[in-house]
Ligand binder design. Sequence first.
Ligand SMILES: [Zn+2]
Length: 161
Amino acid sequence: MPDESERMLVSRIEEGTVIDHIPDWRANTVSRVLRMDKLARMQADVSVAILQNVTSKSFGRKDIVKIDKWHVDEKDADILCLVFPNITVNYIDEGKVSKYEPKVPDTIEGRIRCPELNCISNTEREPVLPRFNTLKKERLLQCHYCDALLAFDSVPEYVRT
Ligand SMILES: [Zn+2]
């Protein structure tokens, strides 16, 4: 149950996305994974509020990212949950909140670079979209082409820009 102050923070957005239960002081990693710098260039009317070190009943402290007038792609939310398994994602439409439960996908295509520089997905000539299979128990991504492994926790460093 969100407490009163949390509900206030969420309810002010009429259209957009609220990403909650981010570990404290990690909101910048969320911005990075969601490529918000790119977003800023594309959609001038989007505004983002980043709340850091907010008190939370179940978490102690947490960060919250509120994005006004932009719906985070569900696939990007799923990538976020590789790094932050406890995040919750709320989409807001005309003031109504609907929860999206991010899940670790079986495969990820196009969004993350392979850590192996010689991988075919990293070559300039004849580029193929990077593709990974997830090894959920080991918390690893495995490149479909070269079998290189990437820890879930390292994903933010390999997000394609
Ligand atoms: Zn590879």
